[in-house]
Write a protein that binds this ligand. Structure first.
Ligand SMILES: Nc1ncnc2c1ncn2[C@@H]1O[C@H](COP(=O)(O)OP(=O)(O)OP(=O)(O)O)[C@@H](O)[C@H]1O
Length: 259
């Protein structure tokens, strides 16, 4: 496929009277790692959720892998495609949330292969081979038969990453994947994410981890009050941001959480 994997044009999202996304334009190319940062409540999660149609955009257009998600009516509103079509698109996007939401009655391996078995209907032996490969990739092969309750938060999140990878997505969305974890456990998850980035996975990452943004991102997008304030390589955003609001935000978070 040529062209960006994700393309967003004029994306707006309101909850009632409140407009949370106010015209976002964004592209993510194949193999690119884009990290979205910005103050609490600026719309980072909402942006990610719109990309996966977990939230229905109010206005604007989204292309995934060159395909328009939804279609526009005469007022510019997005009319969703049939559910089946959205589901098909979703299989190409892996999403990892703050809450891991593993199935408690399934082992680590069971969680990882649930979707390939159910959605892709691949044979069990092939699914298990895939699941074991992925658990190894996130460093949890030895915990394959454990149930989530017996895994730490960091381990559960790594299983959740393996579960998302099991659908062989073309892009991975991370929505504050480490925010619920203690720093030590967050680190092991960040290392897995860094490994994926190194292997060339296309990633759009919402995070408060400025160290990750600085070291791993190809591009940092600064969101503020539902608009893109500025974007650029981390070297520029972190040392010479052009917008005073970016400087203010970075000063605040880096001061509170020295890297
Ligand atoms: N389903 C919803 N209904 C109403 N308001 C919502 C809903 N989801 C989000 N919001 C509001 O939209 C705004 C943006 O939320 P969002 O979670 O996208 O921000 P964020 O930048 O990810 O914040 P944080 O860094 O704190 O997670 C917030 O004011 C939030 O209260």
């Amino acid at each position: 496929m040529s062209g960006p994997i994700i393309r967003v044009e004029g994306l707006r999202k309101s909850f009632g009277e409140r407009e949370v996304l106010r015209g976002i334009d964004l592209e993510v190319a194949k193999g690119e790692v884009v990290v979205v940062i910005g103050p609490s409540g600026c719309g980072k999660s909402t942006l990610l959720r719109c990309l996966n149609y977990l939230e229905e955009p109010t206005q604007g257009r989204i292309w995934l892998r060159g395909e328009l998600l939804g279609r526009q009516d005469r007022d510019g509103r997005l009319v969703p495609r049939p559910e089946a079509e959205v589901d098909r698109q979703r299989t190409h996007i892996g999403m990892v949330f703050q809450r891991f939401n593993l199935f408690p009655h399934m082992t680590a391996l069971g969680n990882v292969i649930e979707a390939p078995l159910r959605v892709k209907r691949i044979p069990r032996d092939k699914a298990e081979a895939l699941g074991l490969r992925l658990l190894e990739r996130v460093g949890l092969l030895d915990r394959k038969d454990e149930y989530p309750a017996r895994l730490s938060g960091g381990q559960q999140q790594r299983v959740a990453i393996a579960r998302a990878l099991a659908m062989e997505p073309e892009v991975m969305l991370f929505d504050e994947a480490t925010s619920a974890l203690d720093p030590e456990l967050a680190d092991e998850v960040l290392q897995v994410m860094q490994g994926l980035a190194r292997e060339g996975m296309t990633m759009l990452v919402v995070t408060h981890e400025m160290g990750f943004a600085r070291e791993v991102a190809h591009r940092v997008v600064v969101l503020d009050a539902g608009t893109v304030l500025e974007q650029g390589p981390p070297s520029v955003i972190f040392s010479q941001p052009s917008q005073p609001r970016t400087r203010e935000f970075l000063h605040k978070v880096l001061h509170l959480r020295p890297e």
